[in-house]
Design a protein around this ligand. Structure first.
Ligand SMILES: O=C1C[C@@](O)(C(=O)O)C[C@@H](O)[C@@H]1O
Length: 231
């Protein structure tokens, strides 16, 4: 299965691939949080859903729950990429800058997966110049560059939207999210400025990050904002 991220992709973010039938009505793909799942590779072997998968195996040091060694965590991601249904993998920018990370990205691409290079800031929204630099770096290392920050004010959210528009205008393929209450609306609005990936749990109780809308709500908000007005 393929994911090009040329246009916006709404992922149902989940630790349970059995969510697929419920996600299908609203999502373009699943984000499979391997680090939150029990036996993720067995779950992938058994997967027969219709939605393509973006596989994430997030390390503890980047806000995830994987406590495996880096080698084991990343080998599992490559094993995931070898499944036909896995169209993309998420690899942290800090990982991609290591020799091991470079090797893993190469193996994942050889297995047919697109690489989403990611950076997360669970504390704050950096200054605009830093956001621009980070977006450049993730877009350079990945086929899509993802930046998730934490907004405390509307100005934080605005900064993120502004740099999303700029990066998209100069031709980078990026995905941006402002986590937290102040940034919540960016999940619906950032796609208008070019952001290519959205994340939402099928049920809000299963949120994988602060400020997420449930899947049906985010789909309806994004669709409402992207549809042409009746004239
Ligand atoms: O990086 C992201 C974005 C995210 O943190 C969010 O804020 O929706 C959710 C994560 O599951 C995903 O890997």
């Amino acid at each position: 299965m393929d994911l090009s991220f040329d246009s916006f992709v709404l992922t149902a973010s989940t630790a349970d691939l059995d969510d697929e039938p419920a996600a299908r009505a609203h999502a373009d793909a699943l984000e499979f949080r391997m680090d939150l799942a029990t036996d993720p590779l067995d779950a992938l072997d058994a997967y027969d859903g219709a939605l393509p998968i973006l596989a994430t195996n997030r390390a503890e040091w980047e806000g995830g729950e994987s406590t495996e060694s880096e080698r084991d965590r990343l080998d599992a991601l490559v094993s995931a990429a070898e499944h036909d249904a896995v169209a993309a993998v998420d690899i942290e920018l800090a990982t991609l800058r290591t020799d091991l990370g470079g090797e893993i990205a190469e193996r994942a691409r050889a297995a047919g997966a697109v690489v989403v290079a990611s950076v997360h800031d669970f504390e704050r929204t950096p200054a605009r110049s830093e956001l621009v630099t980070l977006l450049r770096k993730v877009a350079h290392h990945g086929d899509v560059g993802k930046l998730a920050v934490t907004a405390h004010t509307k100005r934080d959210a605005l900064k993120l939207l502004e740099v999303t528009e700029r990066a998209t205008a100069w031709g980078d393929r990026v995905a941006t999210i402002a986590m937290g209450e102040s940034g919540r609306h960016t999940r619906a609005v950032a796609p208008v400025y070019g952001s290519k990936i959205g994340y939402a749990p099928v049920h809000s109780a299963d949120a994988t990050a602060p400020g997420q809308y449930d899947l049906e709500t985010l789909r309806s908000l994004v669709s409402g904002l992207s549809s042409k007005p009746d004239v």
